[in-house]
Design a protein around this ligand. Structure first.
Ligand SMILES: [Zn+2]
Ligand SMILES: [Zn+2]
Length: 402
């Protein structure tokens, strides 16, 4: 019998066609009617047990495939939104609508549609149920939650979840390889704002005022000591103040001063600890200087922490189904963030990298560069290896309960 790897490879042309169709029609955020229609059109051909469109905030899709054998429920997730970037790839199927698939989410949708086809064809051997999740709005980090709220992890209850990101996030991989890692995979992001309130007045009579700019300055200096003095040096953590707003003229003491910043870590305890200490520091410094501080945390995206069993299974299954050469361990986590962490807060799972870089040929000034970073107007994916993404996901779904 033909292996799942061989079947996936044979499907590459179909996956590429779908990727090009989506690439030419990028859509943003939650507003993805064209993308949704392509997904529904393709899934309808496969005879799945359920296709639910119009999910999330309007254009998310989830679908269900029941295997012929009893077993657990596995979710496979693809994000599908693009970015507000004017494309400069010069590709024949380049976008002309001012938006661009500059993060590879077009390939994610095509890979998951390929996976759905492979699994629908393998229904006789498939144990349990597969839930396909096509998620909007990953770039604005609120799509995963909207799909969970729509019931993407329920009826039947999902037992584990797998997702991947294609492109060049980790540059140590060869085209087509699956990069796996146990534990921390992508960083958490929390955004905070602190509004310091004092008492405004004349710059010449500071004793009649409470100066919130001095309070903010003192707090900013104190916050620099949180990572350097209070976090274990072997735990990565960042506290950055990126923005400060206060005052209107040289001779006026302001009534208010705002600072905005971000926290990056890989452990929820560290994120929680830093939030607590930022609040205590700002409120404490402000109180000691006769002012007040109002601290708010606006974006709260957890780190992507891979379940050990799920990650090791992916390594073993890819190695035995596609071949050892298609799988490699990622030595370090990425400081990028992913809203896949919302699913991982509900069910165990793992997130993988699918390398889709090009082998650059030539060493001349124009020949040496052929891979551009994610979110660059010249970003592209190596279409010839998209099949390993579909093959890895399909193999996982077929073998994860062995
Ligand atoms: Zn992105
Ligand atoms: Zn992305």
């Amino acid at each position: 019998m033909e292996s799942i790897g061989a079947k996936a490879k044979a499907l590459n042309e179909t996956i590429v066609e779908l990727r090009r169709e989506l690439h030419a029609h990028p859509e943003l955020g939650h507003d993805l009617p064209f993308t949704e229609s392509v997904i529904v059109r393709e899934l309808t051909k496969l005879g799945l047990d359920e296709i639910k469109s119009g999910q999330g905030q309007g254009h998310g899709v989830f679908a269900t495939l029941k295997g012929k054998k009893p077993g657990k429920v596995l979710a496979l997730r693809a994000d599908m939104d693009a970015l507000p970037i004017q494309e400069e790839t010069g590709l024949p199927f380049a976008s002309t609508n001012g938006n661009m698939h500059a993060c590879g989410h077009d390939a994610h949708v095509a890979i998951l549609l390929g996976t759905a086809k492979l699994l629908a064809d393998a229904r006789e051997e498939l144990a349990g149920t597969v839930r396909f999740i096509f998620q909007p709005s990953e770039e604005t980090v609120n799509g995963a939650l909207s799909m969970i709220e729509s019931g993407a992890l329920e009826n039947p209850q999902v037992d584990a979840i797998i997702g991947l990101h294609t492109g060049n996030i980790w540059d140590g991989l060869e085209p087509g390889q699956i990069g796996w890692r146990v534990g921390p995979m992508m960083a958490s992001t929390s955004t905070f704002s602190i509004v310091f309130e004092g008492k405004g007045g004349h710059g010449a009579t500071p004793h009649l005022t409470v100066d919130p700019i001095v309070i903010a300055a003192e707090t900013i200096v104190q916050l620099q000591t949180l990572v350097s003095r209070e976090i274990n040096p072997f735990e990565p953590a960042v506290v950055t103040i990126g923005k400060i707003l206060g005052g209107s003229a040289f001779n006026i003491i302001a009534g208010k001063c705002e600072v905005h910043g971000t926290i990056r870590t890989f452990a929820p305890e560290i994120d929680g600890f830093l939030k607590k200490r930022i609040r205590e520091t700002a409120e404490g410094v402000a109180a000691s200087m006769r002012g007040r501080a109002a601290v708010a945390f606006t974006v709260n995206l957890a780190a992507v922490i891979n379940d050990k069993t799920c990650a090791l299974k992916m390594r073993d299954i890819v190695a035995s189904s596609l071949g050892e050469e298609w799988v490699r361990e990622i030595p370090l986590p990425s400081s990028g963030a992913e809203d896949f962490s919302f699913y991982l807060a509900k069910v165990p799972g793992a997130f993988f990298y699918h390398c889709s870089t090009f082998h650059c040929s030539g060493s001349s000034s124009e020949g040496a560069v052929c891979n551009y970073p994610h979110h660059n107007s010249k970003f592209d994916v190596n279409e010839s290896v998209l099949w390993t993404g579909s093959g890895a996901m399909a193999a996982y779904a077929l073998r994860w309960q062995d």
